[in-house]
Design a binder for this molecule. Structure first.
Ligand SMILES: [Zn+2]
Length: 221
């Protein structure tokens, strides 16, 4: 819902979700992540309009990821550190794929949560001071890349690296950046080799940042 509403400036609190075709509001029991899609066989209860496959896919992906984080970290502070950021990154990744933007509203929310994460030291050993250094490091390196790549790496990515650095500290944000470029590079090479894209096609970069963050959570933590 956030992926769809935030880029077009709509409120995520009201109105409640409605079918895009018949405009009927969706009852809570038809709005249970993933489960409702299966029970309704992918169609609106009122008019039978097909529900986008995007919803159950994102819900399943997020749900499985949260379970994996739980299995790895238990209900510790680290668990909340990872699900909060993964929630932001999954939302931003799909918005980037759709519209090639990184909404400032989400960055702002990330910064506020990032300070809170520092206060509670959600990530062990990263307090507000470490976070601010991480934000500076992430933002500065990304800004240089933005400058020297003639904007190929967008300003949105720069903001995201700064906000993400606030959570992770300097060391991890440089690691995430490095991994994001490797994963993105491999992906681009495969696409080019298979002839599915040309060098000029715009590429959303946030999905690779998200992949790098998640991958490192399981490899290095
Ligand atoms: Zn409908």
């Amino acid at each position: 819902m956030c992926i769809y509403r935030i880029p077009s400036g709509k409120s995520i609190i009201s109105p409640p979700s409605a079918c895009p075709k018949c405009k009927n509001f969706i009852k809570w029991y038809d709005n249970i992540p993933f489960l409702s899609f299966i029970l309704l066989k992918g169609r609106c209860r009122k008019c039978g309009n097909k529900i986008s496959l995007r919803y159950p896919i994102v819900e399943l992906l997020t749900g499985m990821l949260f379970i994996l984080f739980f299995l790895k970290f238990g209900l510790e502070k680290t668990y909340f550190f990872y699900i909060i950021i993964a929630g932001y990154l999954i939302t931003l990744a799909f918005i980037d794929i759709d519209k090639q933007i990184v909404p400032d509203e989400i960055i702002l929310l990330m910064i506020i949560t990032g300070f809170a994460a520092g206060i509670f030291e959600l990530r062990q050993g990263i307090n507000i001071f470490d976070g601010l250094i991480g934000a500076g490091a992430g933002g500065f390196i990304a800004l240089c890349l933005n400058y020297f790549s003639n904007g190929k790496m967008g300003e949105g990515d720069v903001k995201l690296f700064a906000a993400l650095g606030l959570f992770t500290g300097a060391r991890e944000i440089t690691g995430i950046m490095f991994y994001a470029f490797i994963i993105g590079g491999v992906f681009a090479a495969v696409l080019l080799a298979s002839g599915k894209s040309s060098r000029k096609d715009p590429v959303a970069f946030v999905p690779f940042i998200a992949a790098a963050f998640i991958l490192r959570a399981f490899i290095f933590h």
